[in-house]
Design a protein around this ligand. Sequence first.
Ligand code: C2E
Ligand code: CA
Ligand code: CA
Ligand code: CA
Length: 278
Amino acid sequence: AKEAGKNRYAFFSEEIDKKNHDTLDMQTQLKSALDKKEFRLYLQPQVSSQDGKYVITGAEALIRWRTLDGKIYTPDKFIPVSESNGMIIPIGNWIVDEIFRIDKLLKEQDIDIKLSINVSSKQLEDNSLLYKIKDMYQNNALQRINLVIEITESILLQDIDKAIEVLNEIKSMGIGISLDDFGTGFSSLSYLTRLPLDYIKIDKSFIDDFAKPNTTNLTANIIAIAKTLNLKTVAEGVETLEQVNKLIEEKCDQLQGYYFNRPLDIPDFIEYANSMKQ
Ligand code: C2E
Ligand code: CA
Ligand code: CA
Ligand code: CA
C-alpha cells in the first residue's frame, strides 16, 4: 500500500509539474502576444430606444487574441489563466491604453459614446488599474472620454472596504461603475447599496427566458430594484425582438446582444454606428 501511495504521489507531482509548466508556458505566450500586438478590442453596441428609434449610446469592449496565423481566441481561453499567472495586470493596462486610442478614433468619426471595459478584481486589488487610469487621464486631459468599468461580484470576495475605497476613487474621476452578470453571484442587496454603482448589467441567463410565456422571471423585478436604487440597467445577451419589446416595455435603459450586433472590430463598428445615424 505504501508503494502504491508513493506511486500515486509521483503521479500527482508529475501532474502538478505539467500544470506548472503549462501555466508558465501560457505566461510566456501571453507576454509574447502583448509584445507582438496580437490582442484586439472588439466593440459590441449598447442600444437605447429613444422616441421609437434605436440609438447607440455605448459599446462594451471585449478582448480577442488574434495570432499571426489568423486564429482568434475568445477571452475564456486566456483571461482566467491570465488572472492566475499575473498577466491580467499588463493586459489590463494595455486595455486602458487601447480604449483611449479607440475613443479618439470614434470621435474622429463623430461617434461620441460611452465605452465600457471589463475589469478583473485582481486589477482593483493591487491598485494597478487606479494608477493606470490616473496616468491616462493626466496624459490625455483634453480627451473627454466617457468611460465605464464593468466589475463582477467577485470583488466582494476581497477586502470589501478596500474595494469600495478604490471604486470611490475611480468614480471621483468621472468614471461610471457597472456591476456585470448581476444575479449570478453572491451579492446580497445590502452590498448593492454600499458599492458606488451607476449601472447593473442583468445577466443573459435572466434575459434568455424573459419573453417566454408562463415562466417566472426576475428581470422585471431586477429593473424595479435598480430604479429604486437609482441605478441604470443594461440587459446583456438580447437575441430576439420579443426580448427587445418586453425590455423596452419594462423600461430597461440599454440593450446589448446579438439581436443588434455581435462584438465587431473597429472598422465594422464604425460602419454600423454610422449606419444607425441615418
Ligand atoms: P461578459 O462581460 O459577460 O461579456 C458578454 C459575453 O457574451 C461576451 O463574450 C459576448 O460576446 C457575449 N454575447 C454578447 N451578446 C450575446 C448574445 O446575444 N448571445 C450570446 N450567446 N452571447 C452574447 P466574450 O467576448 O467571449 O467574453 C466572455 C467573457 O470574458 C466576458 O463576459 C468577460 O467576463 C470576459 N472578458 C472579455 N473581455 C475582457 C477584457 O477585456 N478584460 C477582462 N478582464 N475580461 C474580459
Ligand atoms: Ca462585461
Ligand atoms: Ca456580462
Ligand atoms: Ca454574463
